[in-house]
Design a protein around this ligand. Structure first.
Ligand SMILES: Cc1cc2nc3c(=O)[nH]c(=O)nc-3n(C[C@H](O)[C@H](O)[C@H](O)COP(=O)(O)OP(=O)(O)OC[C@H]3O[C@@H](n4cnc5c(N)ncnc54)[C@H](O)[C@@H]3O)c2cc1C
Length: 408
């Protein structure tokens, strides 16, 4: 492209978080320059997006093209498949218990990315530079990005949606704490002979969770967390052997399993920045938080980053990248991000740990959730949206709670 441009908002990164951020800022009336390659059509993962995230996508006009290609999640089950001394009971959460038809939709990432790409490409207020930021220059009153294609963009605020290694985060001088896990996720889709009943099952094993999530028809997606060397071994198996291994792990819960072509392996780690905004750069998505794929939290959290950033910046239109809105963003995102990263990290560690206290704690927590409906409802609401579980606590003291006893 080349040349010089000025925008109010510069979004770096064209993963789902960046594309959603560009759409949300444009909808709020800002001029947006977006930098990043074409959306990834080869991502074999699926993303379970919960109802609040879906409502936000709907407000951006992208939900309608996704709904019929995704599967609703009506129930979520946790099965302790460890061989340990202390094991937890099976816990099942039903959306109907909290009066919802479903918790969310499981959407193939290739379909989500395609829908977002189409919406961004057809938006008149977004200029998409299909290039990379090669260098950042952060000044007191503006940011400047120098792109690989020679274009130079200045903006009041840079939104760093440039992923876990986030060059924009580094340029802003934000350090991170990083923790690689001895785990990798094998990701694939499979067909099965029994119906899934729109239930997702997370088998907890000593190496991490094995999570089946429904897709339309008699199909599901799988995230199988194991040691990195095991993930590589599994990925190299022929289809028939891998299908058998997956079926065994699921205790034939869905009948005969047939894996579909296309397997990917994702090494797992946790990354947490010390701040979520600084020096005219605000972090969203994996630039702001990376943790293992347990309980479908990552992009749901990333969408809340975008929502909150746009809300704050819309109140500070005179200078969207000034230190006051960025401090407010840092302050407001901190509790949600720390709570989710902390909870997922703890649960993951408790699976890996051979220590009795860690196992006891996990088992006690799950037993309590299994046996006490109000606590389960609180947990489910909190899982959908922070604060909504605790605000619903008041209903504990109202007649008619818990809702619909015996719904499961
Ligand atoms: C196995 C697995 C399963 C998951 N399942 C779920 C789930 O069910 N539900 C859920 O909510 N989350 C889930 N997640 C998390 C979710 O996938 C991530 O939160 C999400 O993909 C992060 O998107 P992102 O846009 O922040 O980052 P990315 O998708 O990594 O995008 C980063 C973008 O930045 C671009 N970029 C990098 N450098 C530059 C540069 N210099 N200039 C411009 N652009 C640049 C890259 O090209 C890329 O486009 C899962 C994660 C894994 C690993």
């Amino acid at each position: 492209m080349g040349g010089e441009r000025t925008a109010e908002i510069l979004v770096a990164g064209t993963g789902p978080a960046g594309l959603i951020a560009a759409l949300a800022f444009a909808k709020a009336g800002f001029s947006v320059d977006l930098v990043g390659p074409a959306a990834n059509s080869q991502d074999r993962r699926t993303t379970a997006l919960m109802v609040p995230a879906l409502k936000f996508l709907d407000s951006l006009g992208v939900l309608a093209s996704l709904e019929h290609r995704a599967a609703p999640l009506r129930a979520m089950r946790i099965v302790d498949a460890t061989q340990r001394l202390i094991r937890s009971p099976v816990v099942t959460f039903y959306a109907s218990e909290i009066g919802e038809p479903y918790f969310g939709l499981n959407i193939p990432n290739s379909i989500l990315n395609e829908a977002l790409e189409t919406a961004v490409s057809s938006h008149r207020e977004i200029v998409w530079h299909r290039s990379l930021v090669e260098r950042w220059e952060l000044e007191p009153h503006q940011v400047r990005a120098l792109l690989a294609d020679g274009t130079e963009i200045t903006a009041a605020l840079a939104v760093a949606a440039d992923g876990r290694l986030s060059p924009a985060r580094e340029a802003a001088g934000i350090s991170t704490s990083t923790h690689p896990y001895p785990q990798a996720a094998l990701v694939l889709n499979f067909a099965h002979t029994r119906e899934h009943g729109f239930t997702s099952t997370e088998f907890h094993t000593e190496t991490g969770p094995f999570t089946q999530v429904p897709l339309p028809g008699n199909r599901s997606s799988l995230v199988w967390v194991v040691r990195p060397e095991t993930a590589d071994e599994l990925a190299r198996l022929d289809d028939e052997t891998l299908s058998m291994r997956a079926e065994e792990r699921m205790q034939s819960m869905l009948g005969r399993v047939t894996v579909e072509p296309g397997r990917q392996v994702y090494p797992l780690s946790a990354i947490l920045p010390r701040r979520f905004a600084q020096n005219r750069v605000a972090l969203v998505g994996e630039a702001a938080h990376v943790f293992p794929p347990i309980g479908a939290q990552g992009l749901n959290l990333g969408i809340r980053d975008v929502q909150q950033l746009v809300e704050i910046v819309a109140l500070n239109r005179a200078d969207p990248g000034a230190s006051a809105p960025l401090s407010a963003y840092d302050r407001q995102r901190r509790p949600d991000i720390l709570a989710r990263s902390g909870a997922v990290g703890l649960l993951n560690q408790s699976l890996l740990s051979n220590l009795l206290p860690a196992q006891l704690l996990r088992s006690a927590g799950l037993s309590m959730l299994g046996g006490f409906a109000p606590l389960r409802a609180l947990f489910m609401r909190e899982g959908l949206k922070p604060g909504s579980g605790f605000s619903a606590l008041g209903s504990l003291f109202k007649p008619g709670f818990p809702p619909r006893p015996g719904a499961h």
